[in-house]
Design a protein around this ligand. Structure first.
Ligand code: ACO
Length: 439
């Protein structure tokens, strides 16, 4: 392999080092480009830009491969749990029995939010989106954490990790209870992570929610499948904020905001809204597919397409199977699942989608599982955020541990006006001539 690239500019040849990752991905290192040539790179949407070197997650979008710390997502989905996967992603290897117990115990020890934080929930209107509450409350919880650390190897940081992973679930459940006008349900130390979340969401003061193993497992799977996905919009945002040495809570709160949008994590809510719209209109999906192909319609087939996957998203395959299994075990039939399957079949035959390599992504079927579990629509993206927390934390830990890490600060090509001068108010078009005229 070449270990450098040659760049010819203004009659000069520059040599740029080639960097190769452990799975053979190659990059041209342009770190010194501007200082040597005076030029910068321009890459809309960063499609060709590697922003970091990372050891956490590997994706081969052409082949539909996803691995956390080298382990294929299919193996993790079959054999692991969300808590174990969180440990793997954050600390870089599978825990032994003692480490896993220690991690679980730490999560339990930090499951309660500070009692005073309850008052913060009171300030939100009933119409507030739970993602808005979640980001605000994660940032607020940083104010209650003592001795905030950016050193990812300190024992205090381990406590912060446990606080964040455990409390994001408590905050999410409390925000749902508040929005639905129901009393807050506190976590129970005897319940495991996902069961505890379902308990806080659905129990009542007079009656505990019946925890069905298939329901707990389905939600745990959803968390686990969302646990990390390399440099997506929200993770890159977390790294961006962390690069300024902001604390873990502030960085994670920024990730929630980035995740919220319908082109990213908000797609799981948008998919179900789309399926409902199709169902209500009596369309079998074909009219919607036509609209999604027509740019003027402003419609997209939500849950389809991905910046990296040009093949079936491996998480979508697992979720589709889990969706079928869960609905059959629960004896639920959902017309939206039938529409989703028809849409998928039709889209995968359509030249528009085939030529652009648009396949179902993780969000296409996850919403249907969440509906079956009774999770309200506006909580779907919150579920994604709970699941993604280990990935954000691992990326935070990675960037703060890198002695060579610099603050993230992209450049731009300025296309605004060239030198201009300040014009006094009375000389500006449309302004009265004098103070008196202005009255
Ligand atoms: N429906 C219809 N057309 C689409 C779709 C879609 N879902 N996705 C992409 N296209 C078209 C684009 O219009 C574009 O067409 P063109 O070449 O004729 O201009 C082409 O396919 C390439 O798409 P881009 O938008 O350039 O792809 P990009 O990588 O920028 O965007 C994204 C990826 C945002 C995921 C996009 O596919 C999309 O909007 N999908 C729907 C929203 C969604 O499901 N988001 C969740 C992604 S997964 C996640 O974040 C967890």
């Amino acid at each position: 392999m070449n270990n450098e690239a040659k760049l010819e500019l203004d009659g000069k040849t520059y040599r740029l080092p080639i960097v190769e990752g452990s799975e053979g991905e190659k990059a041209i290192d342009v770190s010194n480009l501007r200082s040597e040539t005076g030029y910068i790179t321009l890459d809309d949407g960063y499609s060709n830009t590697g922003s970091c070197r990372s050891q956490i997650t590997f994706i081969d979008g052409e082949q539909g491969i996803l691995r956390y710390r080298g382990i294929p997502i299919e193996e993790i989905a079959e054999k692991s749990t969300f808590v174990e996967t969180a440990y793997l992603i954050i600390y870089g290897r599978l825990p032994n029995r003692t480490e896993l117990k220690g991690f679980s115990d730490l999560l339990t020890a930090h499951q309660n939010i500070h009692e005073d934080m309850k008052y913060h929930f009171e300030g939100f209107p009933a119409t507030a989106h739970p993602m808005a509450i979640l980001s605000a409350m994660i940032n607020a919880s940083g104010c209650f954490a003592s001795n905030l650390q950016t050193d990812g190897n300190s024992s205090q940081f381990e406590v912060q990790v446990a606080q964040l992973i455990s409390q994001v679930r408590t905050i999410a459940a409390f925000s749902y209870r508040k929005a639905s006008g129901r009393p807050i349900i506190y976590p129970k130390a005897s319940y495991k992570y996902t069961a505890n979340f379902l308990h806080m969401l659905f129990s009542n003061p007079y009656e505990d929610y019946e925890l069905k193993p298939e329901v707990v497992r389905a939600l745990d799977l959803i968390f686990l499948l969302h646990a990390d996905h390399e440099q997506n919009c929200s993770t890159a945002t977390v790294r961006m904020v962390a690069s300024s040495q902001a604390n873990l809570f502030a960085s994670a709160a920024s990730g929630v905001c980035a995740l919220w949008g319908p082109l990213h994590g908000g797609a799981n809510q948008a998919v179900v809204e789309m399926l409902e719209e199709i169902h209500k209109s009596g369309d079998d999906g074909s009219k919607f597919i036509d609209a999604a192909k027509d740019k003027a319609s402003g419609k997209k087939l939500m849950g389809f397409g991905h910046r990296i996957y040009k093949n079936y998203d491996p998480r979508a395959k697992i979720i589709k199977q889990a969706c079928d299994n869960l609905l059959s075990v629960m004896h639920v039939s959902d017309p939206l699942l039938d529409i989703a399957k028809k849409l998928e079949e039709a889209a995968l035959r359509e030249p528009y989608f085939v030529e652009r390599k648009l396949y179902p992504n993780v969000d296409f079927y996850s919403g249907i599982i969440m509906r079956a579990l009774g999770i309200p629509l506006e909580m779907f993206t919150v579920i994604f955020a709970i699941g993604r927390m280990p990935g954000w934390i691992a990326n935070y830990r990675e960037i703060t541990a890198d002695a060579k890490a610099r603050i993230y600060r992209p450049r731009q090509i300025y296309i605004g006006p060239t030198i201009n001068h300040y014009v006094p108010m009375h000389q500006r078009p449309g302004s009265p001539k004098s103070q008196q005229e202005a009255g």
